[in-house]
Design a protein around this ligand. Structure first.
Ligand code: PMP
Length: 391
């Protein structure tokens, strides 16, 4: 299997079929660059769908994984473990509220756990989520996800979930009742079209939750770990959630998720939830190294500066096929006047890999370590692809 064509053909034979595949096979990565099997290089604005904030194969992450792999890979949470103990304390130290932490393996798993914890802690069933919100594909997470094409084949979903318009405080107030366990919300809606929370909105959401005994669960699976210009996006609003939901870039691409629970809720009842792989030493070692790099390389500050430049530069282009350029930090979306898929396909020919966020938003999630010269190449490619009205 040494060419794009061979790899693509073999995957097509055996893979589940769930993913519409891009016409290239990735075999290597370095920083913000990906290489296909035919030796072509791409600037990666998919960024592992948010899991590659530190770029590909960052030397500190590679070294930490290699070192831990030689010592211990598997260790379930029934045994205390040195790397896990160290990581828990280090993560707790950077979260802006005192906390206890549940470790798992993905975003959906972390959302799923947070929903269960909310029911456990409140004794209430209800969950209010937002229109255009995305929280994952497992049954609980899917019940909170809004997009009907993801939900409809799997109805009925978990009962007692409702959705309110994102940004509308009065709708949220009206939706919360004495049986509402939790509000689940993204600080910037990612999959739903790159929509930052309006100013003051999250603080009002927190106030309404507190007044009703409803827990505030903030889903930072996509916004966490520097993406929006702060280590966590809640730092922009100063809101203190009851739970912070993390995954994607938490361990620099090694599968990991986490629910960071406010200390005021105390320890959870033993045996009420769990995961075989959760808190495994390999993921914890990668996450420790990642956290160190986020701080030592000032990754959130880099994202803030590069994101501000990219947003302004894209807006200044005044491209005729672009309705709006939105974003926060290096989470950037271009709302097009037509569908985003043709533009994403055309960008591949210009050596840029990008993502959709809904039908007509082109989303850029580059590694936060991307170099300015590559960011400029991305802008040039976008300009070439989007400067025609027909697109
Ligand atoms: N929440 C948010 C905000 C996400 O963006 C995603 C993934 N795009 C998820 C949850 C689900 O994460 P995973 O794919 O790891 O299950």
């Amino acid at each position: 299997l040494s060419t794009n064509a061979e790899i693509i053909a073999q995957e097509a034979l055996y893979t589940s079929g769930l993913y519409p595949k891009r016409p290239l096979a990735i075999v290597r990565g370095e920083g913000a660059r990906l290489y296909d099997a035919d030796g072509r290089v791409y600037i990666d604005c998919v960024g592992g769908q948010g899991a590659a904030n530190l770029g590909h194969c960052h030397p500190a992450i590679v070294a930490a994984i290699r070192e831990q792999a030689e010592r211990l890979i598997s260790c379930p949470e029934i045994f205390p473990n040195d790397v896990r103990a160290a990581y828990l304390a280090e993560l707790a130290a950077v979260v802006p509220f005192p906390s206890r932490i549940f470790l798992c393996n993905s975003g959906a798993e972390a959302v799923e756990a947070a929903l269960k914890f909310a029911r456990l802690l409140t004794g209430r069933p209800g969950v209010v989520a937002t229109m255009r919100g995305f929280h994952g594909r497992t049954m609980g997470a899917l019940s909170a996800t809004w997009e009907s094409k993801y939900r409809e084949p799997f109805l009925p979903l978990v009962p007692e979930f409702s959705h309110v318009p994102y940004g509308n405080v009065e709708a949220l107030r009206a939706a919360i009742g004495p049986q509402t366990a939790a509000v689940l919300i993204e600080p910037v809606q990612g999959e739903g079209g790159v929509r930052p929370a309006p100013p003051g909105y999250l603080a009002e959401v927190a106030t309404i939750c507190a007044a009703n005994g409803t827990l505030l669960l903030v889903d930072e699976v996509q916004t966490g770990f520097g993406r929006t210009g702060k280590l966590f996006a809640i730092e922009h609003s100063g809101v203190t959630p009851d739970m912070l939901i993390l995954a994607k870039s938490i361990a620099a691409g090694v599968p990991m998720g986490a629910v960071v629970i406010h200390e005021r809720h105390g320890a959870l009842p033993p045996g009420t939830h769990g995961s075989t792989f959760g808190g495994n030493p390999l993921a914890c070692a990668a996450a420790r190294a990642a956290l160190h790099v986020y701080q030592s390389e000032r990754i959130p500050e880099q994202a803030a500066a590069k994101g501000a430049w990219l947003l302004q530069t894209l807006r200044d282009l005044r491209l005729p096929s672009v309705r709006e350029v939105r974003g926060l930090g290096l989470l950037v979306g271009l709302e097009l006047k037509s569908r985003s898929q043709p533009a994403i396909a055309a960008l591949i020919d210009h050596g840029v890999l990008a993502l959709p966020a809904g039908p007509n938003v082109l989303r850029l999630l580059p590694p936060l370590v991307i170099e300015q010269a590559d960011l400029e190449r991305v802008v040039t490619a976008i300009e070439a692809v989007l400067s025609t009205e027909e697109r």
